[in-house]
Design a protein around this ligand. Structure first.
Ligand SMILES: [Fe+2]
Length: 335
């Protein structure tokens, strides 16, 4: 199914920010010590099996307040379905390398930032990746890539439409962690998040009923190169309609009839009216509950000078057994 929809609307940025937890200097020192321990004890490469074992062990020793916040978020992601930890260290004392700009960029060699984002996500669930996306790397770089400006993917720089991460996949991530390693100097690139909990009260009863029916198809994102299958028809609102999950990608989900199309439009409008927009700063770790919230990004202009916006992305899901069928050999990578 071709991606013919045009993304010409500007997201109405409200400037609101989800509740944030700012780390103290003492907590930063604890985290640098924890990451240093991982780098000293762990394997040479992130995607070796021993990496997750090492980080899992270390993650149990995160500062007490962070453990508590992660556990609380896991229990209930709140009305915004986003947890924002600020002031997370991304380097110890060494300088930050230049922002990569190659397609499919991932982190291979462990570093402070990759160790800490993995440790935090490990306390929410099991860290996973997808073989078809960035070669199954556990810590992926979200960076602008020359020639991919118009892509509806992590490599693009035009407006990235609101979406559930890997919405087409049977075992999509339950949580998406985005750690800002280098901020967009212009401040134009804003992470946009919107939760169905905020948007639901704005929808009519009829629209909710339509969105809860299997009247939609979702195609895989372009980062899953070569995969052409689409989902079976599915509902956008899933579960108890008093507090449903959301399953939609406004760049990849297609309504099957006119009424379904109108319901999708009303939903997008409601999500935009309740949206948070955040220019991530260095050390911001935004964790999105991928069952309750959609996310996207405003457009920005990369310079490709080594100083562009740079995020580490790590996925986690809650039920490792549920996805066993997709994890050949029992590792962390789903097919
Ligand atoms: Fe995404």
């Amino acid at each position: 199914m071709p991606r013919t929809r045009e993304h010409t609307l500007t997201l109405p940025v409200t400037g609101t920010t989800p509740d944030a937890v700012t780390l103290t200097d003492a907590e930063r020192d604890e985290l640098i010590a924890l990451a240093s321990g991982v780098l000293a004890a762990g394997p040479a490469l992130i995607d070796e099996p021993a990496w997750l074992d090492t980080v899992r062990d270390a993650s149990a020793m995160l500062p007490r307040r962070i453990l508590s916040e992660l556990r609380r978020f896991r229990h209930d992601a709140g009305p915004d379905a986003v947890l924002l930890l600020r002031n997370v260290p991304v380097v110890a004392s060494d300088p930050l390398p230049e922002t990569p700009s190659v397609p499919g960029s991932v982190e291979r060699v462990p570093a402070v930032a990759s160790a800490l984002v993995t440790a935090a996500m490990m306390q929410l669930g099991e860290v996973i990746a997808y073989r078809s996306e960035k070669t199954g790397a556990l810590v992926q770089n979200v960076v602008p890539v020359p020639g991919s400006e118009n892509s509806q993917s992590n490599a693009g720089s035009v407006l990235l439409e609101l979406h559930v991460e890997n919405a087409f996949h049977d075992n999509k991530p339950d949580y998406v962690g985005l750690l800002c390693v280098r901020e967009d100097a212009t401040g134009d690139a804003k992470l946009c998040t919107s939760s169905i909990r905020r948007a639901l009260p704005l929808l009519s009863e009829r629209t909710v009923a339509v969105l809860a029916a299997p009247r939609f198809l979702t195609e895989p994102p372009p980062s899953f190169g070569g995969l052409n299958s689409v989902t079976p028809a599915h509902p956008i609102l899933v579960g108890d309609l008093e507090d449903p999950n959301i399953l939609v990608d406004f760049a990849a989900t297609h309504p099957l009839d006119d009424e379904a199309a109108a319901a999708m439009s009303e939903l997008r409008e409601a999500l935009m009216r309740t949206m948070s927009a955040l220019a991530l700063r260095v050390g911001d770790l935004a964790v999105v509950d991928n069952r309750l919230a959609v996310h996207g990004r405003t457009s920005f202009t990369p310079r490709y000078d080594g100083q562009d916006r740079w995020l580490h992305r790590v996925y986690a899901h809650l039920d490792h057994r549920r996805s066993r069928v997709d994890r050949k050999g029992g590792g962390a990578v789903l097919d």
